[in-house]
Ligand binder design. Structure first.
Ligand SMILES: Nc1ncnc2c1ncn2[C@@H]1O[C@H](COP(=O)(O)OP(=O)(O)OP(=O)(O)O)[C@@H](O)[C@H]1O
Ligand SMILES: [Mg+2]
Length: 387
């Protein structure tokens, strides 16, 4: 019994207690979110920098599960500047999708909840804090200001409706005032042509199963861009595609972004794609940001041992190796995070202080920040400030 307990075994009584406590917390949070006609002043805010489209500030998003609280996003702060692409990289399960779902308020309810922090979204003439917004108000942001391209197009398209009708619906919901059916069809055909679908009239009448994977993904992109959003979240949009189609989709995203001057949050495992697309890169590990900087900072001067490992595990054309590098060990249990640096148990570059509390962020250049004790010493020698 003692052994089973050590492995995270929960007795029925404990599980019931956890679920009771969870319900209390989530009911409270849900009640607040479900309120109707909340005055705008409650969630209006100011951007710290008006050149940013989104600012995540100390965001905490938890899942209250029966096995315990999963701290999927645990104090994440970064900015997405207007007209730029920010690449978000990190191991599977590190919280990349949950961060972007928090911005859209599309978390699985009632377990998934934003419990702390701010997500400031720049709407042009004003700014709102999405973390404080009730569901009713967020509905107006989706599509118009923020939209999302999902990883798997087949699961985001409805198999029983024609492509044209699905895109029309998006336009009708978000931008449909005063538009006739003909106007909407015209806009849909225009969108299909914009994403490079040649037979747009034909595709308008088709069902998703009649299209190839690349075409479906283009349809999803067309849908996401239907209302010229300011922020496009692309969550691994090319993972399901072969490399030639992938290159086309990336080109398409880049040119469309410039056309409507929006910002892109680009989430992927693929460092090659990031190198091609991103202006800034954020590296996440176990729900926290371990390093952030410009794409050049991260690719040419990786600082955190995890980023260094990621870069070393990337195949390089022309370099012969027997075996690609892989980072040893595995991510800690999300229900039971250690109180020291989350990467310590896998790190091959530890210093003496690493057993101490979680390291805070150190600036190693005006654009480059890292959370690692190795840089405290360098900073201390320079007489810099560690915060
Ligand atoms: N509905 C949910 N209920 C409980 N836990 C969840 C739920 N959704 C996500 N999580 C947990 O949150 C953590 C972060 O998940 P997330 O989907 O953000 O990972 P990710 O970085 O996007 O990974 P991937 O690269 O595989 O897409 C994971 O540990 C996951 O188990
Ligand atoms: Mg994901």
């Amino acid at each position: 019994m003692a052994k089973r307990k050590a492995e995270g075994y929960l007795s029925g009584k404990e599980a019931r207690r956890i679920s009771r406590e969870n319900r209390k917390i989530t009911n409270e949070l849900e009640k607040k979110r479900k309120r109707k006609k909340v005055p705008e002043s409650e969630y209006l805010t100011k951007m710290h920098d008006p050149n940013n489209a989104v600012e995540f500030d100390n965001l905490h998003t938890y899942f209250f599960t029966d096995a315990g609280t999963v701290k999927s996003v645990d104090g994440v702060s970064y900015e997405v500047p207007i007209g730029k692409t920010v690449g978000v990289v990190g191991e599977s399960g590190c919280g990349k999708s949950v961060t972007s779902l928090s911005l859209m308020q599309l978390l699985q309810r009632p377990q998934g909840q934003i419990v702390e922090g701010e997500i400031r979204l720049n709407l042009g003439d004003k700014a709102v804090d999405v973390a404080k917004m009730p569901y009713e108000a967020v509905q107006h942001l989706r599509g118009n200001f923020v939209s999302m391209i999902f990883q798997e197009p087949m699961t985001s398209l409805n198999p029983v409706f024609r492509i044209g009708d699905q895109i029309n619906e998006v336009i009708e919901l978000h931008d449909g005032e005063g538009k006739s059916r003909e106007d909407m069809k015209k806009r849909t055909i225009e969108l299909l042509e914009m994403v490079g679908i040649a037979n747009s009239e034909g595709v308008y009448q088709m069902f998703p199963h009649e299209l190839s994977g690349g075409m479906r993904q283009r349809v999803c992109i067309a849908m996401a861009l239907a209302c010229n959003p300011r922020v496009i979240i692309a969550d691994e949009p090319t993972t399901a595609l072969d490399v030639t189609i992938q290159a086309q989709v990336l080109d398409l995203l880049r040119s469309l972004k410039d056309k409507i001057n929006s910002s892109i949050m680009f989430i992927t495992h693929d460092l090659g794609v990031i190198a091609e697309m991103a202006d800034y890169v954020v590296v996440m590990y176990a729900g926290r940001i371990v390093e952030k900087g410009t794409a050049e900072d991260i690719f040419y001067h990786p600082a955190h041992p995890y980023t260094i490992g990621l870069m070393a595990s990337k195949p390089v054309v022309g370099r012969q190796v027997d075996k690609l590098y892989s980072i040893p060990g595995k991510v800690p249990n999300p229900v039971n995070m250690p109180d020291y640096c989350y990467f310590k148990d896998r790190c091959e570059m530890c210093v003496e202080k690493c057993g101490g509390e979680y390291p805070c962020e150190v600036s190693i250049s005006p654009t480059h920040k890292v959370s690692c004790y190795r840089y405290y010493e360098i900073k201390n020698q320079e007489g810099g400030d560690v915060s």
